[in-house]
Every structure is written in C-alpha cells, then in structure tokens.
Design a protein around this ligand. Structure first.
Ligand code: SF4
Length: 455
C-alpha cells in the first residue's frame, strides 16, 4: 500500500539538540576535533577597542571562512546563505539554530582591518601545520616547491599597455590604492638585484597588481601565483604564499617560505625539489648556504644553437678563478662586477687572432668573453647532483606539489581568485592551503567517527 507523508511543517516547537543532527562521520566533526581556535580571541584582543558596540566574534568568522574553503563555497554571500540552512555548518561554527548569521559584508571589514594587521590567517595556517607535525604527518627531510597560476578576478578587456601613463580616478578602489602604495615603496626604476625594471606588457585597471601572463601557451590572462612548499612524505603544505606571477617573486617566495618554515617549525629539509624556474643562482646559493641540496634542473641559457662554442665548452678553474677555452688559452677576469651580478672572463685578443678555432668561437668579435654569475658556484654544485639517485627520487616526489595544485583548483574550485589585490591573493592562498591541510589531517589523524552523544 502506498504510504502518505503524515507530518506537516507547521510545528512551532521542536525538541532536539543541534549536536544530534550532525552525522557522526560528517567532516565538520573531524574538523572540530582537530581544530583549536581558542587562541584567536586573545591574539586579536589588542586590535579591538575596549568600548563601543561588540563586534562579531573573530573565532566565528575564522570558522566560517574555514567552512567556506574546506567545502569549496566560493563566495561569502553564498557562505552566509549556506549557514542559514546547513545545521552541520552551524554546529561547527558554534551557532545555535536561532543565532543570527553575520552579514557577508562583515568579512570584508574584518579582513581589511584586524585580520591583516594581526596576520591572523597566517597564524591559523601555521597552527594547522603544527598540528600536522605533532600528528607525525611531516617527515621534514625532503620538500618540494612550485607555483601555479591562479586567475585574478578581473575582466581582461579592461587593461592598458604597461608602458603608457595611467590616470587613476580620484576615488580609486582598494586594489588600485594598494598598487599605487606598493609602487611608491618599490620605486620604479631598479630591481633589488640591480637590473632595470622592465615595463609590464599590460596593466589591469581593476586589479593592477595582477600580472598579465601567458596561460597554457594559448592566451594571456591576469593572474597571481599560488606558491606552495610541501613536505614530500604525505604532501602536507608547510609553506604557502600568494604572490605576483613572475619568476623573480616566485624565487623570492621560495626562499622566504624555506626561511619561515625554519623559523616557525625548526624544520630544514636535506633536499628541495623544484623545476627549472628555481635555477636562479641567488636562490640556489641561499639554499646551499643553509645546507639544503637543491634538486633543481639547471637550464643553461648560454647554450648556443649555431654550432659555435657554448659556455659549457669552457672549463672553469675555481682555484685560479679563470676559464680554459677549447684552444687551451686562459680567460681571466678583472674582478669587476657588472649589473651587481656578473663578472666577465676575457681571452686575449692576440690569442684569439692566432687561433684556428676562432670561426667556431668568436667570429664576429675580436676575442671571446664568458659571463659568469657571482653565485655560479652554487649552480655548479647543483649541476653535480643532477644524476644522483636522490635527485631522481626528488623529481618523482615533485609531482606531489602538482597534485596539491590540482586539488586546489578541481576540488576546492580555486582556479579563479575571489578577492582583489595582492593582499587578497595572499589571504585566499593561506585559507586554501589551511583547508587542504585540514582535509589531510582529518584523513590521517582522526580516529573512527565518534558515536553520537546521548540525548
Ligand atoms: S678563439 Fe680565443 S677563446 Fe676561442 S678557442 Fe681560440 S683562443 Fe680560445
């Protein structure tokens, strides 16, 4: 016999505890078990006034943000709507069924004011990493680093060429104000390594800190980089940073993340795997000085394709600080450093004039000149590691960081940022990395689901 639903929805009072509604194996229960945010209020206390109207509880806001990133809810407006109806999310956030859900605009205010001043999202991320370490999920001897493009939240059509002056509106958006303030701090002419700053290809009028970069060799997009430093044991993200999408910042993020992991967690890996983008001599030198073996393929830009001698055909003698050429002559340097990075080693003109190999060496110049970075020693050390078994293992393990990015984009749906400006990118990458680590922590560290509490 076909049954009929007997109960209606006009009951005024219900008798149950919110805790009973949340299934024992729901992810929020495991998250609640491992996540301790009791420190948030005390750390943020100095940033709040002692008088005035009470703010929304900062721990509630952090919990809501974690729900948003763990469950891939891509907007704060949608997150507030979900909390309205989802009892599990309410339970995790400590809200009762009658509690008022904060308005989505409260997130923007909290982020721009106290959260960024107190760097609270980084503190949440690092607390979760500490939990991963305490649970034995971090080996600490082998790391991988990489960066992945994340599309900025802009209309690419609203751009101007980077070498043209821009008249910004008097009432500029926060993203534009941040850009102008960063420009003032950086200066416009010279980079920290002494090279001239090149003008950018294009500047977004909506989010000028986003870089105009080639995407999958097909087209260009405005984007930021998500930089991850992962432990190779289980792929726990130990360092995360949103940054500008260019090689210089990518290398800077790598060095900064390694230093921060050492400072915060006292972890220095024996080896670090990365792709050719990190073969920068300065980066390699920094790693080598810390006792880390950089397992990074070196892309030698000096290799020539026209059958003439490349730099690799010249042998460097470290004791004499000179090169020997294929003709057996010596190339010496005056020791002068050009552009703060490069020394030139030159052959004598008389040697080259008399050399039968000159057509294959320096047919168009009076003598041969070999440039050498002041930190080339580090690159030589890394080249020497290239065929070891450990290097091969690092190359295989490097896939784990690519898997972390695939998870970030496919499962957490963060292939496009929601917040604008570099500060927004930093917030989002930290939250996403926190969510990824929490999901791993629940998988590896949580025991069987607890039995439901008795009524
Ligand atoms: S041309 Fe000069 S640098 Fe080149 S092989 Fe001959 S002597 Fe050496």
């Amino acid at each position: 016999m076909m049954g009929r639903l007997e109960t209606g929805q006009d009951q005024f009072f219900y008798s149950y505890r919110l805790d009973e509604l949340v299934p024992a194996d729901h992810l929020v229960r495991k998250l609640n078990e491992i996540l301790d945010l009791s420190w948030v209020r005390s750390e943020l206390a100095p940033y709040y006034s002692h008088t005035g109207r009470p703010s929304i509880d900062p721990e509630l806001m952090v919990r809501m943000l974690i729900v948003g990133y763990v469950f891939a809810i891509r907007s704060e407006r949608q997150l507030c709507s979900e909390l309205q109806v989802n009892m599990a999310y309410r339970w995790f956030c400590g809200l009762s069924i009658e509690s008022t859900i904060p308005d989505h605009s409260a997130f923007s205010r909290a982020r721009h004011e106290r959260f960024r001043e107190a760097d609270v999202l980084r503190r949440v991320f690092e607390r979760v990493v500490e939990s991963c370490i305490a649970a034995g999920l971090v080996g600490g001897h082998s790391f991988s680093v990489d960066a992945s493009l994340i599309r900025a939240d802009v209309n690419p059509a609203k751009r101007v060429p980077g070498d043209q002056p821009i008249v910004w509106p008097a009432q500029a958006s926060r993203a534009v104000r941040d850009y102008l303030s960063a420009l003032d701090q950086e200066g416009t002419e010279t980079l920290s390594d002494g090279r001239k700053r090149r003008s950018r290809m294009a500047i977004s009028l909506t989010d000028p800190q986003a870089d105009w970069v080639a995407y999958r060799k097909v087209r260009s997009i405005f984007a930021y980089h998500a930089n991850y430093l992962i432990d190779n044991e289980l792929g726990i993200i130990v360092g995360a940073e949103g940054n500008r999408a260019n090689r210089i910042e990518e290398n800077r993020s790598c060095v900064a993340m390694v230093a921060r992991v050492k400072e915060r967690f006292d972890l220095t890996p024996q080896r670090l795997a990365a792709d050719t983008a990190y073969g920068n001599a300065r980066t390699l030198k920094s790693l080598v000085e810390q006792g880390i073996e950089p397992h990074i393929p070196i892309w030698d830009k000096s290799t020539r394709q026209d059958a003439t001698f490349s730099r690799a055909d010249f042998r460097y003698d470290a004791t004499r600080d000179s090169y020997s050429c294929p003709g057996g002559k010596t190339l010496k340097t005056t020791g002068r450093v050009h552009d703060r990075r490069t020394r030139y080693y030159r052959a004598l003109k008389a040697d080259c004039d008399a050399c039968p190999l000159k057509p294959r060496c320096c047919a168009k110049t009076p003598s041969r000149r070999i440039p050498r970075d002041i930190d080339e020693d580090a690159r030589d050390q890394v080249r020497a590691l290239a065929h070891s078994e450990a290097f091969e293992q690092s190359r295989r393990e490097r896939k784990k960081v690519e898997m972390a990015f695939a998870h970030l984009k496919r499962i957490l749906k963060l292939d496009r940022l929601r917040l604008r400006g570099l500060a927004g990118a930093r917030d989002e990458i930290l939250l996403a990395a926190t969510a990824q680590n929490l999901r791993k922590l629940t998988k590896y560290a949580c025991g069987p689901p607890p039995s439901p509490n008795p009524a």
